[in-house]
Design a protein around this ligand. Structure first.
Ligand code: SF4
Ligand code: FES
Length: 251
């Protein structure tokens, strides 16, 4: 364990913990758009900036990927931190001027207008979608392409990604809702990454369960009985209840 001071409060945290995690455990609010527990921090959005003081020297660092060390002093709300954070939010607000999540974030941190040129993007290029696909699902169905103002998240060569299992983890973690899942009659579509995968339906009630490739992926990873993959949650519950009733009536 190491002792650090966050906003004048001494706390004891495990070695190698990042400042942001340590602060969150103390319910200290630091905005963080590109950080998710379980994924390697990337330091992309810069929102989580804090001031650190080490051996009398102060500087700003991104708290999501800066590990704690004995005696470290952290300040999350100095004038300089708040000012810089507001500039970062202004930049985000300019890039995503019509995005609800970014507007809400801006409002929360007191940013009402942006001095920068307005665009109507939804993606802030935080990379969470790319990282969850690679680090958790073990696929590389999406990535970044282009440079500078042309940088964007897409599938390899902007073609339907053969690696995509349609699980939707990218959409689930996207902090701005830039990736959207659309379940049609027979297909799951994730337009932003050119993905379209047939859905599998419940063998009992015909309700959609999951995309075919996701079911195949799960079957490969587990040794569960085949039946489980083709039964929706509701029918599993009903079947279970029926079995319980049948068992109790035999007693
Ligand atoms: S699509 Fe969403 S998760 Fe992916 S980089 Fe853009 S904002 Fe981040
Ligand atoms: S949360 Fe730290 S840089 Fe985005």
């Amino acid at each position: 364990m190491v002792n650090i001071t966050v906003n004048s409060q001494i706390i004891s945290v495990k070695e190698k913990t990042y400042i942001l995690e340590a602060a969150k455990k103390q319910s200290i609010d630091i905005p963080a758009l590109c950080w998710q527990p379980g994924l390697e921090p990337h330091g992309a959005c810069r929102l989580c900036l804090v001031e650190i003081e080490k051996s009398g020297r102060k500087r700003m660092v991104t708290s999501c990927n800066y590990p704690v060390e004995e005696g470290l002093i952290v300040r999350t709300n100095t004038e300089e931190v708040v000012k810089t954070r507001k500039i970062i939010i202004e930049l985000l607000l300019a890039r995503c001027s019509t995005n609800k999540k970014i507007q809400e974030l801006a409002e929360k941190y007191g940013v009402t207008e942006s001095r920068f040129e307005k665009k109507e993007e939804d993606c802030i290029l935080c990379g969470l979608c790319v990282r969850v696909c690679r680090e958790i699902i073990g696929k590389e169905a999406i990535g970044f392409s282009g440079r500078g103002i042309y940088r964007k998240v897409t599938s390899p060569f902007e073609q339907p990604p053969q690696e995509c299992i349609g699980c939707g983890s990218c959409a689930f973690l996207c902090p701005t809702g830039a990736i959207k899942i659309e379940n049609g009659l027979n297909m799951r579509k994730i337009a932003e990454i050119n993905c379209e995968i047939p859905l599998v339906f419940c063998q009992y009630c015909g309700r959609p369960i999951a995309p075919l490739r996701q079911i195949e992926f799960l079957k490969e990873k587990t040794s569960l009985p085949e039946d489980i993959f083709y039964t929706c949650a509701e029918c599993k519950r009903k079947n279970y209840a029926r079995r319980l009733i049948a068992m109790s009536s035999k007693r």
